[in-house]
Design a protein around this ligand. Structure first.
Ligand code: GH3
Ligand code: MG
Ligand code: MG
Ligand code: MG
Length: 312
């Protein structure tokens, strides 16, 4: 018996409909018990999650290398390897240690629970479990994680990632390149004569322009490109899979859109801007600081050469 029968009463059913999770969250279920796995995976999919399953440590490691997960459930009793092995791997990997982790265990033992929480588990659920409770715990943990990420990693004015997230994620991107070699480039973008916008029209319009450029970038780059607000009127983009010339074309495309359309409108008045950008492709051995500095130098060169252009 893997799960206990459980009837939702009418209020709980209504509640569950109201809180059904948004799509697009990918979960990993790690358990050597294939029957339990397929039951849990089926229920989670019915709740709208994208779900992968792994029945041993090797399969789990492979999936973790290939995909990004928003939450992991981990069985501690696996054969032949112990789930603890994977637990330590998760918590020692800078790219995985913040992924919410629920331990799913047949052992209802206080020492196991204490050990797991101190090792960094976010929750501990014993088998047999009622899916409704586990589902509610997953929902709650994902919601808390989203709120935390919003507050810690997003720029409140523009909604794009902030410097803190950028610094974290750039390490992840370079680790990926180390495993699967591919080109990767960075763009450093700085709005031209932005001080004039503020001085002529006020800070509020300056803010609208920043939001408008962030929107334009976000919607005209690839979903795998990493966009962050680096400072006041500076944005950085990391473009995985793009060579320097690819990245230059992508950013020039956005610059042409900015030249054509207003980035902001307020009380019938349209506001136009241009920007200057520098591009640097990462090359083996280049540190993150040097990489950023190179793209910044390109931006400076673009300013020197008359602004409103992208320099590789
Ligand atoms: P350049 O073309 O050489 O880059 O000229 P610039 O005027 O854009 O450069 P400068 O660095 O002199 O001005 C940047 C301005 O950005 C100064 C600062 O007041 C403004 N700024 C920084 N952060 C914000 C913000 O959050 N909102 C608004 N409205 N303005 C900001
Ligand atoms: Mg097991
Ligand atoms: Mg600047
Ligand atoms: Mg500027």
């Amino acid at each position: 018996i893997y799960t206990q029968e459980f009837e939702l009463d009418e209020n709980q059913e209504q509640l569950q409909r109201k809180i059904s999770p948004p799509l697009g969250e990918r979960l990993l279920v790690i358990d050597d018990d294939k029957v339990l796995c397929s039951y849990l995976v089926r229920r989670l999919r019915l709740d709208g999650y994208e779900v992968d399953e792994a029945h041993d440590v090797t399969a789990a490691r492979r999936l973790l290398r290939e995909h990004t997960y928003q939450l992991i459930t981990l069985d501690l009793m696996m054969h032949p390897e112990s789930g603890y092995e994977l637990f330590e791997l998760l918590k020692n990997d800078p790219t995985l240690k913040y992924v919410p982790l629920i331990v799913l265990s047949g052992r209802n033992d206080v020492h196991d629970k204490v050990r797991c929480f101190y090792l960094g588990a976010d929750d501990y659920v014993t088998k047999p479990f009622q899916y409704e409770e586990l589902g509610a715990r997953i929902y709650s943990l994902l919601k808390r994680t989203r709120t935390f990420e919003q507050m810690a990693f997003r720029d409140p004015l523009t909604g794009v990632y902030n410097r803190r997230f950028f610094d974290h994620q750039i390490v992840v991107e370079l680790q990926r390149i180390a495993r699967y070699p591919a080109p990767i480039s960075m763009a450093f973008i700085d709005i031209d004569r932005f001080k004039m916008i503020n001085d002529l029209h006020g800070h509020h319009i300056g803010d609208l322009v920043l939001q408008g450029l962030a929107y334009l970038l976000q919607h005209n780059l690839r979903s795998t490109d990493l966009l962050a607000r680096f400072g006041g009127e500076e944005f950085v983009v990391v473009l995985p899979g793009s060579t320097g010339p690819d990245a230059k074309r992508a950013i020039e495309h956005v610059l042409h859109l900015a030249q054509k359309e207003a980035v902001a409108e307020n009380e019938g008045q349209a506001y136009h801007i241009t920007f200057s950008a520098g591009i640097a492709e990462w090359t083996p051995g280049l540190s993150i600081e040097e990489w950023i500095a190179r793209s910044d130098e390109g931006m400076y060169e673009a300013k020197q050469s008359g602004r409103n252009q992208v320099v590789l």
